[in-house]
Design a protein around this ligand. Structure first.
Ligand code: SAH
Ligand code: SF4
Ligand code: F3S
Length: 460
């Protein structure tokens, strides 16, 4: 099969290499005499997982071998995150590791994409002399065309990716975010909301199921504001359509904004057999004044009401997760205690806690970041310890009850593991179930992070 040649427009990709930028003749790649190999690395949210997978497919289409170990690679691509300063620090740390790797052999190159590439653009090339390419992962054609041109002698046909045996997959249904939470950089790096059509998504899920996937998670930064560009139907209707894909066992979605968590969504979760009893609904803070400063557009009482509606409609055992930021600008002890109280009251299964990190260009960056670092740390640790206790108690309530486990694999010691519909990691005795099966099991033990259970019988 012939490799499709990307358009001339795509070939206009800039910036290219250090040599090009310093005005010297552009470096030509030494011929490899084989298909170039690419090491991919990513950090950040599930959107980056999905972008990594798509990029791997696009690289394979132009004749490159993606997903090889670093020591075997000719090109390393970092798919980055900029949501907090520490995410960026990890990327710079990874980049430093690549410098000796790159020097080991002439012709090796490093590319940066993902959210830091949008945020910093070409400034990254100035800051990091060893960096060769920066590109926007949402528009990779120019970068891919450049690779094609440089390696014209080494590539001859699309590469076939090895069949994947995974059971779970992420399916992006929309990109971008139209909210303007004052602390958040995501709308700046991911742009305005844009949804894929129901037909395209159903088709995508169908292809995944044909390859053995049994569980999909529909992804969007603000997934419950999904709108089909053709019919303008929303997430509940999309879920209905995806539920119909035969061979699909489980359906999840991430991340919802409380403002758009409408009763129809909870009804769809209750009625569709694939829809799992799991809801991720970031609250961010448990104080109205704090929520207003964050521009979250709901009150604590409204959030509480949504949770009550969801639990009533879906299941009292609905598994609930959230995101919380501590130490936001001007957060008083009183406001912080409001967050603590809300956690005690709603008893989330999982809480993703983060200390506030100023993001340049956001509305909150104009306010003083006045909670001292040590105090942020104290508040963070306090809530982490509280959540560990709550999660242990919540999971303890599963003991003697039944769960459905999608078996994902076998550990080195022979024990079998998988996840329940509530997304809880569950361990079963060695030999009691096979990978890829759905089993009913009785819970015999629980900790804050996982369940232990004994298989009863195969459920499907
Ligand atoms: N769209 C999702 C997720 C966005 S980013 C949502 O609306 O929740 C994931 C999480 O990172 C956010 O929920 C928030 O808790 C956290 N976050 C975003 N910006 C942050 C910042 N500047 N400092 C600390 N945490 C932040
Ligand atoms: Fe960021 Fe708010 Fe959009 Fe989530 S909803 S991505 S926190 S701006
Ligand atoms: Fe990070 Fe970008 Fe996701 S900033 S959290 S990788 S959308």
């Amino acid at each position: 099969m012939q490799i499709p040649v990307l358009s001339d427009a795509a070939r206009g990709f800039r910036p290219l290499t250090m040599a090009a930028r310093t005005g010297r003749r552009e470096a030509t790649m030494p011929a490899l005499g084989r298909a170039p190999r690419v090491h991919l690395w990513h950090i950040g949210c599930q959107m980056n997982d999905a972008d990594r997978e798509r990029l791997a497919e696009e690289l394979a289409d132009i004749g490159f071998v993606p997903e090889v170990a670093l020591e075997d690679a000719d090109l390393a691509v970092l798919i980055t995150c900029t949501v907090r300063a520490n995410a960026e620090q990890k990327v710079y740390g990874k980049f430093r590791e690549l410098i000796p790797w790159k020097r080991e052999r002439p012709g090796r190159a490093v590319a940066v994409t993902g959210c830091m590439a949008v945020e910093h653009g070409e400034a990254l090339l100035q800051r990091l002399p060893e960096l060769d390419y920066v590109f926007d992962v949402r528009e990779p054609d120019g970068f891919l065309a450049k690779l094609q041109a440089l390696h014209a002698a080494d590539i001859d046909a699309p590469v076939t990716l090895p069949a994947s045996d995974r059971l779970s997959a992420y399916v992006p249904v929309m990109g971008g975010c139209n909210e303007m939470c004052t602390y958040c950089i995501v709308p700046f790096v991911r742009g305005r909301e844009a949804s894929r059509s129901v037909a395209e998504i159903v088709d995508h899920v169908g292809r995944l199921v044909d390859r053995g996937v049994r569980e999909v998670t529909l992804l969007g930064q603000n997934v419950n504001s999904y709108r089909d560009p053709d019919s303008s139907c929303g997430l509940p209707e999309l879920m209905q359509a995806v539920d119909q894909v035969s061979g699909l066992w489980r359906l999840r979605f991430l991340t919802s904004h409380p403002r758009n968590a409408v009763p129809e969504l909870f009804t769809a979760m209750a009625e569709l057999s694939t829809a799992c009893e799991q809801l991720h609904l970031p609250v961010q803070a448990g104080s109205d004044t704090l929520l207003r400063r964050m521009r979250r557009m709901y009150s604590v009482a409204e959030y509480r009401e949504k949770i009550a509606q969801a639990r009533a409609a879906v299941s009292p055992r609905l598994s609930l997760s959230t995101d919380i930021i501590v130490g936001f600008c001007g957060e008083t002890e009183q406001e912080f205690l409001g967050t603590e109280e809300l956690m005690r009251e709603l008893r989330f299964d999982t809480v993703h806690l983060a200390a506030y990190s100023v993001r340049p260009g956001t509305a909150a960056a104009r306010r003083p970041d006045d909670v001292p670092q040590v105090e942020k740390k104290r508040r963070l640790n306090h809530l982490l310890a509280l959540q560990r206790e709550i999660a242990a108690e919540v999971n303890h309530e599963y003991i003697d009850g039944e769960v459905e486990v999608l078996v994902e694999g076998v550990a080195d010691d022979g024990r079998v593991y998988g996840r329940t519909r509530e997304n809880k990691v569950t361990w079963l005795a060695a030999g009691s179930a096979t990978t890829g099966s759905l089993v009913r099991a009785r819970v015999t033990g629980a900790s804050a992070w996982q369940l232990h259970a004994e298989a009863l019988d195969p459920a499907a």
